[in-house]
Design a protein around this ligand. Structure first.
Ligand SMILES: [Zn+2]
Length: 109
């Protein structure tokens, strides 16, 4: 960390969550950390648990539910993940599996 004003590396961290340059006295805030991707991951994990056994059977039904809470890209990824997990949990016949997998693939289109 160096001072954005004079470039000095003699920088102190203040209790107010600011940096102070010991050379020129410039103060600036600690850069804000973006936590939104963590929030999205937590949300997706919760939605996964909620919808893994939900009655919504098709990609479209799942997407309609998931898009209320996620953006489209995340909703499509999660819908496909749920469909594939269901297929694995249910020990389906080959024909049923093929149907579920093609439904999951459709989620990406
Ligand atoms: Zn400075």
């Amino acid at each position: 960390m160096s001072c954005p004003k004079c470039g000095s590396r003699e920088v102190a961290l203040l209790p107010s969550n600011e940096f102070l340059c010991r050379r020129c006295g410039h103060r600036w805030a600690i850069p804000h950390v973006d936590y939104t991707w963590i929030e999205t991951d937590i949300k997706k994990a919760k939605l996964f648990e909620k919808y893994i056994d939900a009655p919504a059977e098709s990609c479209e039904e799942l997407l309609a539910q998931l898009m209320k809470e996620l953006d489209e890209k995340n909703a499509r990824l999660l819908a496909a993940k749920i469909l594939i997990q269901r297929a694995e949990r249910r020990k389906l016949s080959k024909a049923e599996l093929a149907r579920l997998y093609s439904d999951a693939e459709r989620c990406f289109q």
